[in-house]
Design a protein around this ligand. Structure first.
Ligand code: GLC
Length: 721
């Protein structure tokens, strides 16, 4: 019985093996659909399953022994392994052994494992073909990727049953798409959540917060949202306000809204065990908290002192929580920041709750915490999302979560927790964010400037060079938020005077210019399941040279970033994938397929656009930067916060010989009517320039020519020699 293996064909590319005791409901998988029909040829022999897809075969063996399940698969000498969520490791996880156990990893360093988020989903790239493995259990798990045995991966799950999905590509893109079919689509963020955001532990009283906002405005720095960290609460009691520091939250929020600024408040899961505190009392009355095995209330110390923990695994508890959230945000709070949700508990090793005595109730049955630890934050995020929807029907919720499990992308963005102000971390954040992106979490970011003390030096270390370099990376990542610890020196953009502030202003303005591109990518992640930032291997899987690159990244399909990551650098070396690239700063072309030296002057980061690229931007009006070649991009437009359908405009280009044809969408019920200025790179004056078949005017700007056209137009040009 314990060893039972049940194999099901989920779709032509997805095979599921259930191992161990009877199946439980999954927190991650939302759609299963057993398709039967066409698919791989699956053979089961004793405890081994082999699935033969069109051009590759996966053989996996299983062992189940009551409390533990072991899954083994092959790993070839040249295989690469990606994914596994938030890991402070190189992009290629091969030869590492990682742990799935959400942990409060304050001040982590390169190699620290585990961190806050656990996603037991990895992609093996072998001979150009990608195959995903998703081991759906929120229990403690170790995954050895050829560290102990070079030719094998071994997954050990401390659980009595597990579903293992084999997801055939052959491209990484295909694997991710199938993974999203199982686990649901990424949430659609409101547009403001892609703007520049400012945070600190903590801005209070409200006059200090308003002074920050005022300074942003006076200094002409773009700002979309501010965050309130734990000091806005009364004694850190969640769903309360400290009325001395914030006497009238509603009118404060109204004032900020009038200035176009959104407000995000932190909410931790722990509820202070105070008999006079209504949230605690209602939790006790409803029996909503986790209990010990003997029926006593489970408690641990967190910021407010001794806390009880909602049992988010239960539907009634999630309903209760979502009502609390709905009631709290109804005065205008725009987003909820979920912290300490591993869950953290100060009475435990690594400040992370881990207790054999702590119980949850899942599907009416008592389950020890260790079995569902990694899903705690996911379930909390789900309830929070529902709460925001309840309070603001039809409006997109925004949630930023520290911990998570597979499926967290349906509800929340992830930031990489308490990183440090150090060059090491600037470098490290890129593989962490790319790893999350390849694990199905598209909306990610890191605290700009770093949060905690530099662990090596034991003190805060940030200077203007590091902060600017940090912005040079972060303006191209989905979440752009400056945040720092309680005892650190200030690190707002103006902290080092006006010259440096001016540089940061330029970078924040560049981010604003790119908003149509970034916002469309966020829509694309929601609709099509594509990451927003991507490692090079996602876009250039056939180019072996890029498989391990994690100090460069792509923003969407067309923009390549090769940031400066070392102190004092003026140039850096970067491999450019095999195609032509347009260095937008220089207005010149670079041939890819080789390592190139790139200038990295402070404040003017290299931006390379791929051949065939279409990159919409907002200057005085909508512009599409076009680098002739073959490609297309869909621009999404809407009010930025409702759930309705967007209007779209697809710009498609084709290059045949020296003739480039650009089609600017079609008029239709869901397409928009904004005119677009095409800004087309042409080394020399074009020999011919036609709009809808007739010779037309254009203006020249450096190595670009520009013409403004209405949707539905077609432009044809013959490039000069
Ligand atoms: C945790 C969070 C950090 C926050 C602090 C206080 O350390 O990771 O972002 O500022 O708690 O709430």
């Amino acid at each position: 019985m314990d060893n039972a293996i049940t194999v099901s064909l989920i779709s032509p590319n997805v095979v599921r093996t259930h191992v161990g005791r009877e199946r439980r409901s999954s927190f991650a998988v939302v759609k299963e659909g057993e398709s039967g029909g066409e698919g791989p040829i699956v053979a089961v022999a004793e405890n081994t399953v082999s699935a033969r897809f069109s051009d590759t075969e996966e053989r996996v063996s299983y062992e189940a022994s009551g409390e533990r399940i072991v899954i083994r698969g092959e790993l070839g000498p040249f295989d690469k392994v990606y994914g596994l969520g938030e890991k402070a490791l190189p992009l290629n996880r091969k030869r590492h052994r990682v742990i799935m156990w959400n942990t409060d990893a304050y001040g982590y360093a390169t190699g620290t494992d585990p961190l806050y988020v656990s996603i037991p989903f990895f992609i093996v790239l072998r001979n150009g073909r990608a195959v995903g493995h998703f081991v759906d259990s929120p229990a403690y798990m170790s995954i050895d990727l050829g560290q102990t045995d070079f030719g094998e991966f071994t997954v050990v799950v401390d659980d009595e049953s597990v579903d293992h999905y084999i997801i055939y590509g052959p491209s990484i893109k295909d694997v991710l798409r199938s993974y999203f079919e199982l686990t649901g689509r990424p949430f659609l963020p409101p547009k403001w959540a892609l703007g520049n955001q400012q945070s600190r532990y903590s801005y209070y009283p409200e006059t200090n917060l308003l002074a920050i906002v005022d300074r942003y405005r006076r200094d002409g720095l773009p700002l979309s949202a501010v965050y309130l960290d734990i000091h806005y609460m009364d004694g850190y009691k969640i769903f309360t306000w400290d009325r001395k520091r914030f006497p009238d939250p509603k009118s404060l929020i109204d004032k900020l809204h009038e200035a176009g600024i959104r407000v995000v408040t932190i909410i931790d899961p722990g509820v202070k065990t105070s008999p006079t505190y209504p949230v605690f009392r209602s939790g006790i009355d409803g029996n909503y908290f986790c209990l010990r095995r003997n029926g006593d209330l489970f408690t641990s110390r967190v910021w407010p002192g001794l806390c009880a923990f909602p049992d988010f695994a239960r539907d009634d508890v999630r309903n209760w929580w979502s009502s609390l959230v709905a009631d709290f945000v109804k005065d205008g709070i725009d987003g909820v920041w979920l912290d300490m949700n591993e869950p953290a508990g100060f009475d435990y090793k690594d400040h992370t709750v881990s207790d054999d005595d702590l119980m949850h109730v899942v599907d009416g049955r008592q389950v020890p915490h260790a079995r569902i630890h990694n899903a705690y934050a996911l379930l909390e995020a789900e309830a929070t999302y529902e709460g925001m929807l309840k309070a603001r029907p039809g409006k997109r919720p925004f949630i930023l979560s520290r911990a998570g499990y597979a499926g967290i992308h349906r509800y929340a963005a992830i930031w990489t927790g308490d990183n440090t102000s150090s060059w090491e971390h600037l470098r490290l954040q890129i593989p962490i964010l790319l790893g999350l992106s390849l694990s199905g979490v598209p909306f990610v970011g890191a605290d700009v400037g770093g949060f905690a003390k530099n662990t090596k030096q034991g003190r805060f270390y940030l200077d203007p060079e590091l902060l600017i370099r940090w912005y040079e990376v972060a303006i191209f990542t989905p979440l752009l938020r400056n945040h720092t610890s309680i005892d650190s020196p200030d690190q707002e953009p103006w902290a080092w005077g006006s010259a440096y502030e001016g540089i940061i202003r330029g970078l924040l303005k560049l981010r604003e210019e790119l908003m149509p591109y970034i916002y469309s990518l966020a829509w694309g992640s929601h609709e099509l399941g594509e990451p927003i930032i991507r490692p090079l291997v996602y876009e250039f899987q056939d180019d072996d040279n890029v498989h391990e690159i994690d100090d460069e990244f792509m923003l969407g399909p067309y923009v390549l970033l090769t940031p400066a990551l070392e102190r004092g650098s003026t140039v850096r070396r970067a491999y450019l994938p095999k195609c032509k690239w347009l260095d937008v700063r220089m207005g010149s072309e670079v041939e890819g397929g080789a390592v190139t030296t790139i200038d990295v002057p402070l404040g003017n980061p290299p931006v390379l656009v791929r051949e065939g690229g279409v990159v919409p931007m907002m200057r005085e009006s909508l512009i599409a930067l076009i680098y002739p070649g073959n490609g297309e991009f869909t621009i999404y437009e809407d009010d930025g916060e409702s759930m309705g359908e967007p209007s779209k405009l697809t710009i498609r280009q084709e290059l045949k010989g020296s003739v480039s044809r650009i089609e600017v969408g079609k008029r239709g019920p869901d397409s928009f009517n904004t005119w677009v200025t095409l800004s087309i790179y042409t080394k020399n004056k074009p020999k011919r320039f036609l709009i809808d078949g007739s010779p037309a005017q254009y203006s020249a700007r450096g190595s670009f020519i520009e013409a403004t056209v209405k949707p539905g137009s077609a432009v044809e040009l013959e490039l000069g020699d």
